[in-house]
Design a protein around this ligand. Sequence first.
Ligand SMILES: *Cc1c(COP(=O)(O)O)cnc(C)c1O
Length: 403
Amino acid sequence: MLNNNGYFGEFGGVFVPEPLKNVLKEVEDSFYKYIEDPEFLEELKFYQKQYIGRENPLYLAERLTEKIGGAKIYFKREDLNHTGAHKINNAIGQALLAKRMGKKRIIAETGAGQHGVATATVCALFGMDCTIYMGEIDTKRQQLNVFRMELLGAKVIPVTSGTATLKDAVDAALNDFVQNAEDTFYLLGSAVGPHPYPTMVREFQSIIGEEAREQILEMEGKLPDYIVACVGGGSNAIGLFHPFFNDKAVKIIGVEPAGKGLDTQEHAASLTKGTPGIIHGFKCYTLQDEQGEPLPVYSMAAGLDYPGVGPEHSYYKDSGRADYVAVTDHEALKAFFELSRTEGIIPALESAHAVAYAIKLASKLPKDNIIIVNLSGRGDKDVAQVKDMIEEDETVADLLNKQ
Ligand SMILES: *Cc1c(COP(=O)(O)O)cnc(C)c1O
């Protein structure tokens, strides 16, 4: 299961130029070596507990459950991790691997800046040199995250080529990686990209599902009926899903961003509306034009705004192991308000997509059913954006007033 040669069914693989292939091979060999090394795993466990603050709770949302009147809703509280989301699980894992490989310099790409912040955080922790590539347009949209990264000691390089957004930042980072492979490690932020990244990120995020599985067995004496998570690139979702893969009675649901609606061009629902193709060096479901170029995508949740999706999710979809659904901005905002006022938890806008679907699902299920929802991050980063949306759009203000 672990050594899959980088394929999940027909998806995944390594579609990159030859020099990059050699560099990726070194990462792959080291990953397979250390992921079974008891000392490496011990060190990983130490930082998960002492730095991230794991294990985090599996929390029964009693007020929300009662209000909906159906299945019991549990939240896996990744929002309580240090830095406020699941991304740190992966960043710590890859940084420790880089250290073992003798690399002194870390590079990463970032779109909205959340992965850049997680990467800058672990570089500060381990005293590593950190360079973050970010599209120039994104650096202007996300000035506060640029400052956060700089506070943490990272160098942020605005990328001006192409569209000056995430795709160009990825290209710049890959270029740097090939040029400086001797002392540099590329820390990738989601369960995407060429092998070994999707498998590696999955392994470092699987702590989510491993903990949740043990916790629900302890609390309820049985497995959940459903597990639900939002899907951008797919790392928080695969981290929850993978440890339940062989529990065939557990139904798996990934929630994609339907943005302004699946019948518009403004969404990022790669699995729901995409077709198989190759982007960023791997094969997956992707939103592409007739030439196979990635289409512009949109979600109000910056972390879900990606034209592809992890290869393992692409395989889960085709094999029928998981179902993928989509939730609009509007539905996610409603859940954002509802969770804030019913449980005192302000979720990340990304996570609010999973919450929205879980609420809809719970209302149709009997009371003895159990749903686990991954609360991938906290909403502190989103409150200013939501405030603007309320001020600009009456229908959003109405949603809040109805809670
Ligand atoms: C980045 C992010 C996501 C989306 O990334 P995945 O790789 O799909 O998990 C979801 N939630 C939060 C809070 C994020 O920061």
